[in-house]
Design a protein around this ligand. Structure first.
Ligand code: GLN
Length: 337
């Protein structure tokens, strides 16, 4: 019989290492410099307060699994977490109710449609399809077991703070601005309820979801949160385990197929990393076993992904050898457009 020794398996599960710290510092600064004057894309304003973001802001951070930060630009600028929260709340839900329950109730396939699509629900018998679109995220948040919406919010806030390694706080202005304009999300929640896919009160479920989207974070925070997934669920800065290793792995699998909305395929093709973006301009891209990049720049493409953030991640994926599908670390191809 063919014998597999555990040591061998662990060695083969390794995905390689980052270059030395000083080189990572240089490459982050280089990626920042390259795209700092790129002014393609538009700042989102369908949530009115997001339109007040400074378009030229640009922060780029990489936190590795040793907990070291490598940064350039506006890495301490605060912005709201928005859809990036979906990735981490999904992990918190999986941790509490298990991989199979989330799969059965929410799904893990790409809708191929925008994040706030109502048609996607109608076309799929009310199934949200995945936890990274609004319908799936509202359903996922509502599945976290708790006695009340307030208790559920406490779990979400504590969990997201553990990912970030600091106590996160609500940006009250964003919460207010989104709460008075989120008619579409309320319609999505009502539709979920009509299909029997939401056990909790729809308005309360949207409210907890809106709060998670309104948490104030920085590009540095995103990198720490992502590095926790890269490190098998242990926050490499605080040393605390936030979720189990298999939950971190499952979260990354979902991010690879759905994290960048309907352009997740193009992202994976060019960059080769699980990632999640948010409409305020944040992106977290995770290199399992190595670390994560947190990017912030508020000008977005048509799908709602930060233009500079995507370009910087594409460049870093190549210069740092992060692409999960590459059998050779360096890729000298031209930049993507
Ligand atoms: N809170 C936003 C919404 O529900 C999040 C969307 C996003 O970041 N793509 O529309």
């Amino acid at each position: 019989m063919f014998e597999v020794r555990l040591d061998d398996v662990h060695q083969r599960a390794a995905t390689g290492v980052l270059p030395p710290d000083l080189l990572v510092d240089d490459l982050i600064r280089d990626a920042h410099r390259r795209y700092a004057t790129d002014d393609e894309g538009v700042v989102a304003d369908y949530i009115p307060i997001l339109g007040r973001a400074e378009p030229s802001d640009f922060g780029l951070a990489l936190v590795d699994v040793a907990g070291h930060a490598h940064e350039a630009g506006d890495v301490q600028r605060r912005f709201s977490l928005q859809s990036v929260s979906k990735a981490f709340v999904f992990a918190l839900a999986c941790e509490r109710i298990g991989h199979a329950a989330v799969h059965a109730n929410v799904g893990v396939n790409n809708t191929g449609l925008p994040f706030n699509s109502v048609i996607a629900l109608e076309l799929n018998d009310g199934s949200p399809m995945n936890p990274m679109v609004n319908a799936g995220a509202i359903a996922t948040t509502a599945m976290i077991p708790a006695g009340s919406a307030e208790a559920r919010w406490d779990i979400v806030l504590d969990g997201l703070s553990a990912f970030a390694g600091r106590e996160l706080a609500l940006d009250e202005e964003v919460y207010e601005s989104e709460s008075v304009t989120n008619h579409r999300n309320r319609a999505i929640a009502a539709l979920l309820q009509s299909y029997g896919r939401l056990d909790e009160d729809p308005l309360e479920s949207v409210d907890v979801y809106t709060r998670q989207c309104s948490l104030a974070v920085t590009a540095h925070d995103l990198a720490v949160m992502g590095a926790t997934l890269a490190d098998g669920g242990v926050n490499p800065v605080t040393g605390h385990r936030v979720v189990a290793a298999d939950v971190a792995r499952d979260t990354l699998a979902v991010l690879a197929t759905t994290g960048m909305y309907e352009t997740s395929g193009e992202w994976l093709y060019e960059i080769g990393l699980p990632a999640k973006s948010g409409v305020s301009g944040g992106i977290v891209a995770i290199a399992p076993g190595k670390g994560a990049v947190g990017a912030y720049s508020p000008r977005l493409d048509a799908a709602g992904n930060s233009v500079r953030g995507q370009r910087a991640c594409a460049h870093l994926s190549r210069s740092l050898g992060l692409n999960l599908f590459a059998s050779v670390a360096r890729d000298e191809r031209e930049e993507i457009g």
